[in-house]
Write a protein that binds this ligand. Structure first.
Ligand code: DAK
Length: 262
């Protein structure tokens, strides 16, 4: 499980920590890194009980992920690019549908595939020096890891088009104004602190309700799903949990609930 060469994976007390570890290449996403992230998030998905979040960040203080690894693009043809796309989409969809929240701690450049990776997470915290861009147009391509869809969902069509068509770089304050990031933090250290504070908050909530909120919100963007009907199903599923009984009981007894995720 810990046989990774491009990422660092740590199981901490009550959360998972994942760091992309290619600082010499500004943590650019090559295919090996994508495979390792896939393996790691598959493990997290299967072993989420008792864990309350995932922090995903990049090694160093210069870059979260400076995009897909451009050195792998040489000679890429149409057939191979579909395989590339599917690989990335598989990982990013898996992150988006995790049963526990994934927090991207964007500590520097989040460019192209790096911005798309952050977009697939449930929260984005950005250090003051973070920079976001979808510069694919400068390489004669379009975002290929879900960026045209997720960026539009998150910041709206107008700003998303502006970012993708101009390849402009935006800083963390602008990203916050656009609604692209949830919080701006001072630096890596403060970022980890803030992520851990968020995880502490999440730890006090009902795990099955967290999982079902993520599912239900994702349904909004799934054209094959009837989001309202699915919400009814997921709501009723929650009412059959002992956590629901505990939540109601705790309210009546004027105390904090002790959720068990059951
Ligand atoms: N790929 C590979 N290496 C990269 C890289 C990248 N994206 N970004 C940086 N590096 C490497 C540099 O080559 C350099 O390596 P050495 O020359 O030292 O060996 C090292 O990291 C340090 O970079 P710099 O020397 O350039 O550092 P600076 O501070 O001067 O500049 C920078 C930082 C981030 C402004 C600059 O490195 C830069 O512009 N990097 C490229 C940013 C970029 O355009 N990223 C790609 C975005 S497009 C697809 C799906 C998805 C995608 C594509 C296809 N398919 C399904 C087919 C996604 C595309 C993208 O992500």
């Amino acid at each position: 499980m810990n046989n990774y060469s491009n990422i660092i994976f740590e199981i901490r007390d009550d959360y998972y920590f994942v760091k992309i570890n290619r600082p010499k290449n500004l943590n650019a996403l090559n295919q090996d890194t994508i495979s390792e992230l896939k393996q790691c998030f598959d493990f997290i998905k299967k072993n989420s009980k008792g864990f309350f979040g995932v922090i995903l960040t990049g090694e160093g203080d210069k870059s979260f992920v400076a995009g897909a690894d451009i050195k792998e693009f040489t000679g890429l043809d149409q057939k191979a690019s579909i395989k590339f796309c599917m690989n990335g989409h598989g990982l990013f969809n898996n992150i988006e549908t995790m049963p526990i929240p994934v927090i991207a701690l964007v500590n520097g450049y989040a460019l192209g595939g790096g911005c798309e990776l952050a977009l697939s997470c449930h929260f984005r915290f950005a250090t003051k020096n973070a920079q976001f861009s979808q510069p694919e147009i400068n390489l004669g391509i379009i975002p290929g890891y879900g960026g045209t869809q997720r960026l539009t969902q998150i910041i709206g069509k107008s700003k998303a088009l502006e970012m993708m068509l101009t390849a402009q770089m935006i800083n963390s304050d602008q990203a916050f104004q656009f609604g692209l990031v949830n919080k701006v933090v001072e630096d890596n250290k403060n970022g980890i602190y803030e992520c851990e504070e968020l995880i502490k908050t999440l730890k006090r909530k009902a795990p099955i309700a967290i999982k079902n909120i993520i599912k239900s919100v994702n349904n909004f963007y799934d054209i094959n799903s009837d989001g309202f009907q699915e919400e009814i199903n997921l709501f009723s599923e929650c009412t059959s949990t002992s956590d629901f009984d505990e939540g109601v009981k705790a309210f009546i007894e004027k105390r904090c609930p002790d959720f068990k995720g059951e």
